[in-house]
Design a protein. Structure first.
Lengths: 357, 402, 357, 402
């Protein structure tokens, strides 16, 4: 019975934290955000170097063969840094092939995804909150796909797109294929830009096993982890601000009302760490609990993150409401985590049904 | 209690409607003018008829009528219905003018009030600074008297409309050795003066509705001070009070709530209109309890004011009530708009029936925070309620620092 | 346009306040509460003297001919004092005859209700939240009633009971009639004791007009008014306590956290005063808004009262949790106001339907 | 991460199960004894086998085993499953004994620890006073050294089980001239001493689960002091810490939540089980998010402790998390029980399918408040989190008063 991290896992997180602190401090984050650049390719290359691109790809295909928990721990640290990165889509695309690919498909794609030669992403929702595989409309006729996908993260830099089909199957589409059209969306979270994807009779390869729900569950866990890391960072930033900002002749952190708000923010987020840990662990080890755990973790953590983001803005006063403040970058990340793959109420209703309520 | 207006007031309303029907929109030659010109002509008629600038003496261009909150409300209602230009909007008419009327020198009233209430002179407000948000007493912008002029150096933030203003009313530290509130004066500064730099201040929504203003050796005449040297704090207090009332409007809560209901009616959830979801219905009805409370509390304050009294502590609660409601409304709205929460306030969600409306709610979600912060944060409001309203003692720290 | 009280209304409230301060201060309230006496007959006689018993009974029948707002203003002040009184049931019984009685029935009962010679109450709910007239099961066969009613306030001292029948009619039953059986309930609010009423072929007189919904609406407004008065009193008590209780070398009202909690309690209740004013006014003057206004006012104010009662206990610390503390008397009054005639969610759902949502 | 127990621990569990199967409930002659006697015999076996009183040295009657939180958890789980009497409950074993082991004189350990862990000596705690709830430093009960005895006068409240206790451990002011925490000592007092009066303290629920204790010239020997004169504050601190952990238990939150789900399943709402109402489902799932967080945070703290470390700030949040959850659960429960909310905690609602259960929720509703207050109010918890956990500075007022 060990509900804790291994030394390797702690080392992975520390390595990533140091990397982000050095290569993507708030000043650099700011530049990427303001330029609406989406990410810095050098950052992605560094993640690839660290093995992050192939973390959950089996060793036989050149990956590290680790589990969703390890991936979630990476997501947590990227959240702390509001790190602009195609990590999220790439991880889910890779997992889709790990879970659903035939041997040949794995052979063909996983080594290149692990090495970073191919960058992946996923195309699930089609607008109007159609995130659940049962709601997809994308049509397949004669091995060709026609239809629209709404919010594809980092699609502009992805080589390979895992597309959800009507009926819940998944298919692989190359961005360079004929009939693929991308259109930028004016997305609120500039650390994970979104694209509208239109397919017009595009050649595609259907994955052998329909793993859409599993990939969605993994995505929910990664968003929950991102939310935890991000919200924790916001609390830390708010505490630091309260220790330095002077008002009425003392630092504001000396006012009991401010103290109590910070204590409440801490109490809202800190105990919820285990929620994404457990959901990630369940994904690989407790099949009966995996789907429900992912739904609850996403619903709870992204709600708490959104509220924490509001509280953090208030804790920073007027400055927190400006574009210049770093807080707003995380605030917008909270909006992404909350809405992507579906807002909390839908997941809570699903969790209720899965419990037999 | 009687929620109808009495006959006297209904007659007043009828008279006003006739006036509006005759004068707005302008007919004949007036219809050829630009909107700005039309508005100026109409407003002068309205002042002459006693519908606008009622609190301003005639000698300063006003219509000088006895205060009557019910008439004021009728005027507001009917002008809105007719879409006629009423009182000049903006901080000059709403904040500076009452302050000048109360505390200004005669020449200041004569020079500044008439063009301001006609909309020809536009003002901005220089209170907040980067280092002093809620705590105005700690402001740092200095004004030094050199000969016949104040020489101003410093930095103001959250200045709405500084890029379009003709003048600023501004709090500056004039007696550096005085402590806290003691050394502050209330100065009037021409925004075209050399040494002023205005930069837009962008909010998280992406738009810049505020400015920062930098002063480097900016000069304004010695007599451009309202009240005495070092008494700027007292001069500004009445003005701040006006601002708090303005923000706390119950009517905007009601309007936003109605839009929320429409959003719930037009949004689908699990294949049905969201408004059919029992959880949404509960939440809407719960919010409506707060909204109606706020609206009726406004009626009550209005009635008390019309009888020359006050509704006591109720008027101190408007701002907090309003921002609490704003928070709840915007939270439910964000839930309802679903995917639109992924888009920027200016971005359209994919496949949305009502895209503008939905990105509008994203803007509203962000602004509900801005409103909670503006005009003093919620914590400052709670302090005011507890200390001035409930008579609780001040904290020791606060006692010592003053 | 006048959303305020008349001088007469203010005088009525002040008269009642003075009476309660003199004749039923907390010490006396305590005695009645601890003895589980239900009320003090001398207090009721005094209310009758003041004209409260016949407030909404037309002048032609010996009453004051006033409106529901006046009755609600009385309820507010009784709430402030947690005054143990059969006022609530008596008022609704009288209103039932005013609204639903034939001329003969009015003639027969109203003068005696106004003069206090007859004390009335109502018997509506039959258990399991069957408060809505449409849910009643009480049977009438050959002008005789058989069935059970669940929570009849002050039934032990009432002479006349207005009983709701299946189908939504109302009937008058005399407590002394044959076949009437009362059983005390161990009710939480000892200022308004409750009885179970069993009728076995009891002679009854059916009211001419089915006014059950109207009487229920009036009851909702009176509970809302009681909740407002009670909650306001709790805030006042908490503020007073914070001004005198010392901890850590200062009065606790000097701690910012305590201040802000008291400010939030005030902000929750004070603006809601107009909610019961408006609902009471609408009952008599705005027929289209009356039912919905009553539902929303009851739901909102009794919810706020319950939360205020919790907050008041916390504001008093340990002492607030004891039987000896006066706070618990109001806390239990909050439980009554919240549950009697149905809990808030049901009224909110009804309000949603009435709005056409 | 591995939520299974390792083989070593599974073996330990198997061994323990065999022990329990063999010894509880008692067989043969043992089965004829009273429950109390059975428990005493069994508990001695369990101590000898190393399952009970593990932290207590053998010389004081314990089994003196190396600390192992996982074994402790397995023992708790298996004893609960077998319904076997484990550690003696109550404040003596949980709070006084650890304090004595750490700070007590040798004779005190020898005399008091063995009977306490066997359940033969029952204790109560004398900390709170009417004038000092969260602020122990302000306590007023005096103990004056007269010859070889302390003479005690004063008044304690919130003393659980004072009417059944043999002894009290008590904080008294022994150096009246010392300031604040300085003058307090930790004394042991025989509850049969003349001059002690115990009165039940009734809560709003109607039952009396606490007492008040009045001291009039009560005497206790000079050596019945733990630690030095004037150091009682320090002696008591470790004890308070234990209490906070006890109250913050995640398992009781989980248990209450499961009962809430059952309530929602067995209650009707508009003719259907309440659990089918979308608003109820949302609220339940939302509460479950907090409950699971609390439970997993407990796992994490357990794991950290088993590795000899700590989970940092997480352990400071247990109490507040637990009372926040209790509040939400009880609020929803009160909504679900409907008419039962009209009845006292002991009263049965009319026509209820499940009357006991429903009046139980009324009790729980009231107790959720008591728990929020016990062991320091929520505000004190927030201060601890902010100051000790987040490193925020103390308020000026608090700084000065210490």
């Amino acid at each position: 019975m060990d509900f804790g991290l291994s030394e390797e896992q702690e080392l992975l997180q520390e390595t990533l934290r140091s990397f982000i602190a050095r290569d993507c401090p708030p000043t650099r984050l700011r530049e990427i955000f303001d330029a609406d650049a989406g990410h810095d390719p050098a950052h992605w290359n560094a993640l690839v170097e660290m093995g992050v691109a192939g973390l959950v790809i089996p060793e036989a295909y050149g990956g590290a063969g680790l589990e969703l928990l390890d991936l979630a721990l990476v997501a947590e640290v990227l959240g702390e840094g509001a790190f602009p990165s195609p990590f999220f889509g790439h991880s889910l695309a890779s997992l889709a092939i790990v879970l659903g690919g035939s041997d040949a498909q794995k052979e063909s794609w996983l080594p290149r995804l692990a090495s970073g030669d191919v960058l992946g992403t996923i195309a699930f929702g089609e607008g109007d909150e159609s995130w659940d595989p049962s709601a997809w409309q994308m049509r397949r006729v004669d091995e060709k796909l026609t239809g629209m996908k709404g919010y594809v993260p980092h699609a502009n830099v992805a080589d390979l797109i895992v597309v959800g089909l009507a009926g819940g199957e998944l298919a692989l589409v190359e961005r360079s294929a004929e009939g693929v059209k991308l259109e930028a969306i004016d997305a609120v979270d500039r650390t994970r830009p979104l694209y509208k994807l239109s397919l017009d009779a595009v050649v595609a390869e259907v994955l052998a096993v329909a793993a859409a729900s599993r990939v969605r569950d993994a995505g929910l866990v990664l968003l929950a982890a991102d939310a935890f890391g991000s919200a924790s960072k916001l609390v830390e930033m708010s505490v630091e601000y309260a220790k330095t900002r002077q008002q009425f002749g003392q630092v504001i952190g000396q006012f009991q009302a401010v103290k109590h708000q910070l204590a409440d923010m801490t109490t809202a987020i800190e105990p919820a760490r285990g929620l994404f840990w457990h959901a990630a662990y369940a994904f690989d080890h407790l099949p009966d609990e995996a789907e429900r755990g992912a739904a609850l973790a996403k619903a709870h953590l992204t709600d708490v993150f959104m509220q924490t983001a509001r509280d953090a803005v208030e804790a920073h006063g007027g400055i927190g409401f400006t574009w210049e403040s770093d807080v707003q970058i995380w605030f917008k990340r909270a909006m992404f985590d909350r809405a992507f793959l579906g807002t909390p109420p839908g997941h809570r209703e699903r969790a209720a049904t899965l419990a037999g309520w | 209690m009687d929620l109808k207006y009495s006959e006297e007031y209904e007659a007043y309303r009828a008279e006003l409607r006739a006036f509006l029907a005759a004068n707005w929109p302008p007919k004949g030659a007036g219809a050829e003018l630009s909107f700005r010109e039309q508005a100026a002509v109409f407003r002068q008629h309205a002042i002459d008829a006693g519908y606008v600038a009622r609190g301003i003496p005639k000698q300063y261009g006003g219509s000088e009528r006895a205060a009557d909150v019910l008439k004021a409300r009728i005027i507001a209602e009917e002008f809105r219905r007719a879409k006629a230009p009423g009182e000049v909007r903006g901080i000059g008419a709403s904040m500076l003018v009452p302050t000048l009327i109360e505390k200004g020198a005669e020449w200041q009233k004569e020079r500044f009030v008439p063009p301001t209430i006609r909309g020809e002179m536009v003002w901005c407000q220089g209170y907040s600074e980067p280092g002093s948000g809620s705590d105005l007493a700690s402001l740092q912008t200095r004004a030094e008297l050199v000969g016949d002029e104040w020489v101003i150096n410093g930095h103001k933030v959250w200045t709405s409309g500084a890029d379009q203003a003709d003048f600023m009313f501004c709090l500056c530290r004039t007696e550096p050795e005085a402590k806290k509130h003691g050394g502050i004066s209330y100065l009037l500064i021409d925004m075209k003066s050399p040494g002023i730099e205005v930069r837009p201040l962008r909010q998280m929504t992406g738009t810049a509705d505020f400015c920062e203003v930098f002063f480097s050796d900016v000069r304004t005449p010695k007599d451009h001070i309202v009240g005495k040297r070092g008494e700027g704090w007292i001069v500004s207090r009445s003005t701040l009070k006006h601002e708090r009332d303005m923000i706390g409007s119950a009517e905007s809560s009601l309007l936003t709530f109605r839009n929320l209901v429409r959003l719930a009616q037009s949004t689908q959830r699990g294949g049905r209109p969201a408004i059919e979801d029992p959880a949404i219905r509960q939440e809407l009805a719960e919010i409506e309890g707060y909204v109606r409370s706020h609206v009726y509390s406004g009626y009550r304050q209005l009635t008390a004011a019309s009888k020359g009294g006050s509704a006591g502590i109720a008027s101190m609660l408007n701002k907090l009530t309003s921002s609490n409601i704003g928070h709840r409304i915007s939270r439910l709205a964000l839930e309802l708009v679903g995917d639109a929460g992924l888009c920027s306030p200016n971005g359209d969600p994919i496949m949305s029936v009502n895209p503008r409306g939905e990105s509008g709610w994203v803007t509203q979600y962000m602004w509900s925070l801005g409103i909670a912060i503006a005009g003093g944060t919620a914590n400052i409001q709670r302090n005011i309620i507890a200390e001035r309203g409930l008579g609780l003692p001040r904290e020791r720290a606060a006692q010592e620092s003053r």
